[in-house]
Ligand binder design. Structure first.
Ligand code: PLP
Length: 414
């Protein structure tokens, strides 16, 4: 019997069979057809490796105490501890933590906080600015902020308008900043993925530009929402990408690596002014948002264990070592004419396969993914962009396997 399961971002007519995954350990997944090296951290979520003992233990402990509880009017230790822990490590000044359960909801919450802020201030600022090639999630609000394309064409009638800034590609940064200067004056908020635009194709830009965008927003009174759903928890080489730009956004969105990737959990952090604008005896100024599983205790316990791992284990050293390994691994490809735009930010490396026939691009991603899977490596190229974003426990030898497979792919497809 064929499976009733409908998979995400999957064209079932072209990819009829999903691999059956039976286990995970460190950088590896077990399937019924053999082992797979998880070179994309199971879609960017797993940071320390699958089933980190400390996270698993925290989940077990919490499951024995309290599974789930309404979070309006109630609180619990894991949520309180995690929120305090986040405020301690987040960019300075962020003071409040709103929980939800996915990157998309973290961003929706951020957008709603921004609009609520301006409404409660009695100012008519509603425009959102976003970057070209942005990705902020797949709910209607986050699709609106994200780039338009084949992925959301059918839903276009539902999407709200946002102002769009050109991507600050090397040499064209001034255009981005100039466009922002013009737009920012009467804008509610600019939303950006800091340093790396993930789903848009691992497009990278410099911390200097991130800082310049923050400064422009600040001067114009526009809020800055930074979506660190993917970049957060070490991917770009620092705990948060914001750190490299030395900025504190008004609103910071976290998910994916927040629980070490173990359970669905998200948080939207904000500056005191955002919270204060909603703080009133007038009920109409309430922040009207909730989801059933807001601050699920087990997920928060996993998040708290993740922060303990960051505190107690040499995670920063691991990240620095991985970044160096990634740099060594991509170096030979820089001079390889079969590849273009070989790039890296922190632990994330990406390179574009130069395919002879650009018309071939549409189906290339899935075909490459199949090729890699056949070689025991889980990679999921974005079109012709191959990227490597492994968990931090990956070894030099394992990384070698990944880049050997990439070399083989070039021999076959380029
Ligand atoms: C993955 C991602 C999201 C959406 O997160 P989900 O948990 O899949 O909803 C939002 N923003 C960025 C930058 C992401 O990479």
């Amino acid at each position: 019997m064929t499976s009733p399961v409908w998979h995400p971002f999957t064209q079932h007519a072209l990819t009829p069979d999903a691999a059956m995954v039976t286990g995970g350990e460190g950088a590896w997944l077990e399937t019924d057809k053999g082992r797979l090296l998880d070179a994309i951290s199971s879609w960017w979520v797993i940071t320390h490796g699958h089933r980190h003992p400390r996270i698993i233990e925290a989940i077990k402990q919490q499951a024995g105490q309290l599974d789930q509880v309404i979070f309006a009017g109630f609180t619990h230790r894991p949520a309180e501890d995690l929120a305090r822990g986040l405020i301690e490590i987040a960019p300075k000044g962020l003071a409040h933590v709103f929980y939800s359960d996915s990157g998309s909801t973290a961003v929706e919450v951020g957008l709603k906080m921004a609009l609520g802020f301006w409404r409660n201030k009695g100012k008519d600022r509603t425009r959102i600015i976003a970057l070209e090639h942005a990705y902020h999630g797949d709910t209607v609000g986050t699709m609106s902020a994200g780039a338009r394309g084949v992925f959301n064409a059918a839903y276009d009638p539902l999407l709200f308008d946002v102002a769009r800034l050109p991507f600050p590609s090397p040499g064209r940064e001034q255009e981005t900043l100039d466009a922002l200067k013009i737009l920012a004056r009467d804008t509610a908020a600019l939303i950006v993925e800091p340093l790396v635009l993930g789903a848009g194709g691992m497009m990278m830009y410099s911390p200097i530009i991130l800082r310049a965008m923050a400064t422009i927003c600040h001067r114009a009174g526009a809020l800055l929402i930074v979506d660190e759903v993917m970049t957060g928890f070490g991917r770009t080489g620092t705990l948060f990408a914001c750190k490299q730009a030395g900025i504190t956004p008004d609103i910071l969105c976290l998910a994916k690596g927040l629980s070490g990737g173990s359970l669905p959990l998200a948080a939207t952090l904000c500056m005191p002014e955002i919270f204060d604008a909603h703080y009133s005896t007038d009920r109409s100024r309430t922040f009207f948002h909730s989801s059933s599983f807001t601050a699920n205790p087990i997920a928060c316990a996993a998040g708290r264990a993740n922060l303990e791992i960051w505190r107690d284990e040499p995670v920063r050293q691991r990240i620095a070592a991985l970044a160096a390994l990634q740099e060594d691994a991509i170096a030979p490809f820089r001079a390889d004419p079969r590849f273009g735009d070989v790039r890296r930010t922190g632990t994330i490396a990406a390179l574009d396969l130069n395919v002879p026939d650009p018309g071939y691009l549409a189906g290339l991603g899935p075909e490459l993914a199949r090729f890699f899977q056949g070689r025991g490596v889980l990679l999921r190229p974005l079109g012709n962009t191959i990227y490597v974003m492994p968990p931090y426990c990956v070894t030099a030898a394992e990384l070698g396997l990944i880049y050997d497979a990439i070399g083989e792919a070039a021999a076959k497809f380029a």
